[in-house]
Design a protein around this ligand. Structure first.
Ligand SMILES: *Cc1c(COP(=O)(O)O)cnc(C)c1O
Length: 438
């Protein structure tokens, strides 16, 4: 073949024309490329964190002698389910805790948190949140919103100390809020869908130290959802007695089809086991039903998957900040979770953004997300997700309530190239619908 023929084929197959075929126009790609060129150092730092965490996970797997036998199917009661027991030791090694509970029977993050709380609180005890309002679904777990089976129904009281206006801890009022009844403190690492900043592991460590200085026997639990592997240390490295999260977020690496984990002090994890199954049975039962390979392999991939999601979040923050929209965290802030918020100020922005994320998905890319009245929300909500695992938010996904300030929250992306495509596609839709002019 002639040289120019080869070049023509190359040009036809160039990344730009493939982007175009997918629907991303050249101007959008060019804008994205310019932004990306300025992010080399940020990305290098993210890769360094992933390198460290990858080694940490492999080390934990080697130390606990993960073997092919760990992937065997176990059914029935699940006594001596070696795959399950070894995985829990691996998690304990990764989080540097005495013990862990990692199960497909823990149905989601909320369940894992509810389990950790209800297993370790008794009637007359008080739970304190020193970081303001917890994640929405926990309101019903705790009984902040009256709910069947809440901790409140079982005689567990709750108190809360708001963050200071600048998002830091109100130590003075935290000290006042700790009373004789205070048995447990819950600290949410990620902002979730609030506007406060997310906390670094270092900040969480300071807060735990402060609480333990008041009373060392107070159990400190951290809701670690969306935070795993974002830094090289976890809250359990800075004094948390329990760390809790969901396997369809970071630590499942996109492969776990269900599940939650709790890692921490042996006696507290034992209590969680008794609560999950039954008093007397505890961690001894609960067959792993063939999901072990996905749990192990997902954990193995989790550090790099999290890194991909983080790059996507940083990329989006830089793109939309450059276009003049408020972004949280901003373009240069350090990251403590994988969630990115962009405020568009009008519904069209939120809707176009979500359409773009959906259009970039490997699954269900042909459907158009529309706002609807979801139960539990006080406004219409639009959600974009084309995921292999239903509801998985380590996969690229976005959602936004259709109400002021018209902010969209997005997270995930199993690979950086997919996260990049999703964000470029979101911009493409914003341009298409006339919200953004490049
Ligand atoms: C996602 C999340 C939860 C709840 O997890 P689910 O799996 O959705 O039940 C709790 N806390 C935070 C901070 C979260 O991000």
């Amino acid at each position: 073949m002639m040289n120019d023929e080869i070049n023509k084929i190359k040009a036809d197959n160039s990344v730009a024309s493939l982007y175009e075929e997918l629907g991303v126009r050249r101007e959008v790609l060019r804008f994205g490329r310019e932004i990306e060129a300025g992010l080399k150092e940020r990305f290098l730092a993210i890769d360094e964190t992933a390198e460290y965490n990858q080694l940490k996970v492999i080390h934990a797997m080697q130390k606990n002698q993960v073997s092919e036998g760990c992937f065997h199917y176990a059914s029935g009661y699940g006594y001596n389910d070696a795959g399950r027991d070894t995985l829990e030791e691996v998690y304990a090694s990764v989080f540097h805790t005495e013990s862990a509970l990692v199960r497909p029977q823990i149905t989601c993050g909320t369940h894992a948190l509810a389990l950790a709380l209800s297993a370790n609180l008794r009637p007359g005890d008080e739970l304190l949140s020193p970081v303001g309002k917890p994640y929405d679904t926990l309101e019903e777990v705790i009984g902040i919103r009256p709910s069947k089976g809440s901790l409140a129904e079982y005689g567990v009281s709750y108190s809360q100390v708001e963050l200071l206006p600048d998002g830091t801890f109100d130590y003075e009022n935290i000290k006042k809020a700790v009373c004789k009844k205070t048995k447990m403190v819950t600290i949410q690492r990620s902002k979730g869908y609030q506007t406060r900043p997310s906390f670094s592991v270092g900040q969480i460590g300071e807060l735990i130290r402060f609480v333990k200085d008041i009373r060392p026997d107070i159990i400190c639990m951290v809701d670690n959802c969306y935070g795993e592997f974002v830094e090289v240390i976890e809250p359990s490295d800075v004094g948390a007695d329990l760390v809790v999260g969901s396997l369809i977020k970071n630590p499942g690496g996109g492969l776990a089809p269900i599940g939650g984990y709790i890692a921490g002090r042996k006696d507290l994890i034992e209590a969680c086991g008794y609560r999950l199954t039954s008093p007397g049975l505890g961690k001894e039962v609960g067959a792993s039903l063939g999901v072990m390979q996905s749990f192990y392999q997902g954990l193995f991939l989790a550090p790099t998957v999290t890194a991909g999601a983080l790059k996507g979040a940083v990329f989006a923050a830089n793109i939309y900040e450059k276009l003049g929209y408020p972004v949280v965290p901003d373009s240069s802030e350090s990251r403590h979770d994988i969630i990115q918020a962009v405020t568009f100020g009008k519904p069209e922005g939120v809707i176009a953004f979500c359409k773009g994320i959906q259009a970039a998905a490997p699954v269900d890319s042909y459907v158009t997300p529309i706002p609807w009245a979801m139960p539990g929300y006080d406004s219409d909500v639009i959600m974009a997700a084309g995921a292999f695992v239903q509801g998985s938010s380590i996969e690229l996904s976005a959602d936004g309530p259709i109400k002021p300030p018209y902010a969209v929250y997005f997270q995930g992306g199993l690979t950086w190239p997919h996260a990049r495509l999703g964000i470029l596609m979101s911009l493409e839709y914003l341009v298409r619908e006339g919200v953004v002019v490049l």
